[in-house]
Structure formats: structure tokens, C-alpha cells
Design a protein around this ligand. Sequence first.
Ligand code: GTP
Length: 597
Amino acid sequence: TDLAHIRNFSIVAHIDHGKSTLADRLIQSTNTVAERDMKAQMLDAMDIERERGITIKANSVRIEYIAKNGETYVLNLIDTPGHVDFAYEVSRSMQAVEGSLLVVDASQGVEAQTLANVYQALDADHEIVPVLNKIDLPAADPERVKENIEDVIGIDAQDAIPISAKSGLGIPDVLEAIVHRLPAPKGERDAPLKAMLVDSWYDPYLGVVVLIRVIDGVIKKGDQIKMMRTGAAYKIDKLAVLKPQMVDFPELGPGEIGVFTAQIKQVRDTKVGDTITHDKKPCAQALPGFKPSIPVVFCGLFPVDANDFEALRDAIEKLQLNDASFSSEMETSAALGFGFRCGFLGLLHLEVIRDRLEREYDLDLITTAPSVVYHLHMKDGTMQELHNPADMPDLTYVDHVQEPRIKATIMVPDEYLGDVLKLCQDRRGIQMDLTYAGTRAMVVYDLPLNEVVFDFYDRLKSVTKGYASFDYQMIGYREDNLVKMQILVNDEPVDALSMMVHRDRAETRGRAMCEKLKDLIPRHMFKIPIQAAIGGKVIARETLSALRKDVTAKCYGGDATRKKKLLEKQKAGKKKMRQFGKVEIPQEAFISALKMD
Ligand code: GTP
């Protein structure tokens, strides 16, 4: 296809504003997929995505469209994930296209993720076409939302296209706007091959599949190619386009988007943002690199049943084939046995992975308290990263501790603003900005990430009855008075419950944790002290009183079978416990204790 007849675009939207529904309509109305093969949300490949209604992996579709001027255009849509954790994937997909449809729910207006994503599109120099969705809803107010887009984002919205992705109203206008309002790609057919590695995933039948955007030159099946960053060379086995299922294609020229396979063993061998060129006749300069995505939230994953350790290892390896942004390392815990310390891009990423492990691999897991990465500045002048609070070295070696901070943008109807400000304040936030657009407030806070990983989303949702939207980006590290709090049960530290806390909040958190554990740990034959401590100094304490009688005592020694039965019951119960010193702690105790704020 010649450049003038190609349009590459993405759709940016806040979660639930109708991005997937619009993508489905575009695919359907151009007969890209036969009607009988059309499933709702074509682009959300994984079940879990469908279930939760979130798009995780960037994906792509090639649409052929006969415009009103009679000419046929190739429209390549690259789907981008909508959630904050995947901001990096959004930014790289944006680099591969020239324009964006900005979908805003006409009954809602601009939300925090609309803003974050549209700024990424503007950063990538996109032409932007605003689309007002859900105009079928009685609450839709297109004129107000146009103004809202202009006020908050600062782009012209007078020509925004009113649509209902649900009913199909306005879809032809969107297709025409893609052709006439978005720019065609630029590139040189005769130049050496230069293609961008946009994404890659593992397919059980084909191995690693690589999504590329050709900038210059032509790529063909059988070509010997080289990845400029890793230096690895491969032969193209299969070249295809996504419709959205793979359809073999002889060659891809400038401006085109497609996939190839080349006997690449692991997703890890493909660096997103890398430049692909011909091995023999390479292009002069690689594309500017992308920043790699680094895990920011860590937690331990342990099998409830120690016999499932190997199964967990296998499952983690399988998931990593497809998701190089999630890291894992073996970990042992005195309380929880063998497991893995895993790193994630954010909390949602953590939840998605844990869910998949439990559901697809049928594993019961204990997740330890999520922790961010701290920077320990040691007295000897070196810096160490701390991924696990249990590894915190003795304080005499540590000069100071730095924690990651984020810039959080929250949009909320003004009646809930007070509660949001209080929540942010309680989480050690520093207010940076507060503005209004109509009856909605936009507030920007500088917050410690560790205060957000616990249950910030949930609290934010509950104090605003679901009306707030939230987005964040990392802004750097800052020193604060951070200490490791240990929990001691019967005078023994339970490493899985260790956490880093701000010194000023340690007492409150310690007391709450001890109270909770007191309710969760069953009574034993002896008294059990439950304590929270900082460096040997106890800051909170509860005592679990001893059982008065043993379980068999009420049998008066007479009925031997009944006594045996009771003992057997007790034994079965024990299996679900973790022996800890002399104390047995049930699984639920860890899970519930870690859930709290
Ligand atoms: P994520 O995949 O989570 O980012 O969400 P999304 O932006 O892709 O939204 P999705 O297409 O899943 O739509 C969200 C909800 O809005 C679904 O329940 C849709 O059925 C509904 N919806 C989408 N478009 C319209 C519309 O035009 N009118 C109405 N009434 N509902 C719509």
C-alpha cells in the first residue's frame, strides 16, 4: 500500500468510556471480521481482560476501508492499555502511530486517565480527533463535554464527533475522520530497513510473535534481520498482518504495521522499542530507545500448600514467557516456607498476575504485604535497593532511607473533594495543585508510593462512591523517616509480616496489626504475646490468653473413640496452619492481616 492510503492510529480513553466497543464497531462496519466470528471486544485477547473489562496487552488490527471518495485505505489501529500501571506500554504504542481518537463519555467528561493518555499522544506529536461517545444516554451532554475537553486538555473540540459505539450511530463519520483528519505516515521505500519493535508475545504454536511498525524500507519473509540493541540476528519465518487474526503477507513497506516470527525463544529476547534492520544492509541510525519498564511494587507469593512449590515455579515461568515486565526470584520465609519474591509494574499488574496464577493454574497463594523499592543510603557511602522489608539491614549501617514518590492526579466531583483531600493528607501527601472544570475538581498531589500500594484505590473509590478517577506517575526518590516494623508472635519475628512504615505512623499501624492478629490466631495452651517492634523496641502489644482446657478434657477420659475423633479433627485442622515456633498461625491470619491499612 502506498503511504497516502495508510492511516495509523490509536484510541485513547478513560476506562469504561467505550474504547473497546468503538474498536469493535470499526472492525465490524468494515467487514474486517465475518459477522459470525465477531465476539464482543475483539481486541481483548485474554479472558481475564474480558472479565475485568481492562485491556492489558497492546494489540493491533488492520482494517481495510473504502472511503466515500471511492478509494481504499488501510487503517491500522494499535490498541493501548487504559490503566495507569501500563503507562509505559501506552507510550511505546503511541510512538508507532500518527494520530489518536480521543474518546470521551459524553455523559461523564474528561477523567484522570483521559488526561494522562492524551498527554502521551500529544507528546508523540499525534493529530487528535475528539469523539464523544454514549450520546444515546439521556445524561449525555455533548456541548458541555466539548467545553470540558477544551478547558481541561486545551485542544479544539468544536469538531468532536458525536457517536454511540453501542448502537453504531456516527461510526461512518469516525472512519471518514480517520482518513481525512489524521495524517498519512512518512517513510522511504528505497532506504535501508528501519522498523520499530512495538510489542511481542508468546504464542504456544508459533513461539514469539513480534509486532512491528515499518519506518523505512521493506521487510519480506525470508529476510535476515538484526535487532540493533541486542545485536541478535534472525531469519523471518512468517510475516503477517492482524485482522485481528494473523493473515500471511508477502511484504510490509513504510508506514505499515504487522507481525513476524523468527524462531525467537523468549519474549525477553525482544526489547520493546528496539530497531529492526537488515543484517547485511543496516540502517545508519537506530530509533531513539525507550526506557525499559521496571517493577515498582514487590511482594512475596507463597503456595498455601508447600507441595505446590514446583507447580508455582512452572506457572510463574509460563506467565513470564508472555510478560517480561514481571520479575521473580526465589525466596524463603521462616513463616511461609519456599516461595517467590515478585516485582510488578503496579498494583493492578500484581493483582492480574496473582489472579491468573490462582485461576489458570489452580494454585492457592499467600501474598505478602506489597512493598515499594526503597533506596538505602549506607554509612559507607554506597546505595542499596531494598525490595523486601525482611532484608532491611541493621540500622547502625544505614545513614538514611529514601522512598519513591508519585505525582497523583485525581479528578472528582466537588462534593467529594474534602474527603479526597483528607485521604491524601492522611497518606502523607503534599498538595501541588487544585483546579476546577465545571463542577469537577482536579487535584494534584505528591504522595509516597508506599502509601498508595496498600489500599489507596479502594479507599478513594469508597470515599467518592466511585466517582473519582486517578492516575499517577513516578517523580523520584525522597528521604523520609522510614523504619522497619517487625511483628513478633510469641517473641519470634514473623518475617512475612515485616513492613516499612513512616516513623510517625508506626504506632497506629503496629497497634492495628496486633489487634487484628489477636483475633485471627487461635488460642493455644499457653499465653501468646503479639508485639510490633522497631529495631528491638516494642511499640504495640496484645496478649492472646491461654486455652483453659485441652480439647479432649471435656471427654472426662471415658469415651476413647470420641477422644480419638477429636484428636483427628485437630490434626486435620493443623494441616492448614503454619507452625511458627511453638505457635500455629492459620493461613487466613496472614491474608487478613496483610489486607488492612
Ligand atoms: P477498558 O477496556 O476497560 O479500557 O474500557 P473501554 O473504554 O474499552 O470501555 P468498553 O468499550 O468496554 O465500554 C464500557 C461500557 O460502556 C460497556 O458496558 C459498554 O457496553 C458501554 N458502552 C460503550 N459504548 C456505549 C455507548 O455508545 N452507549 C452506551 N449506552 N453504552 C456504551
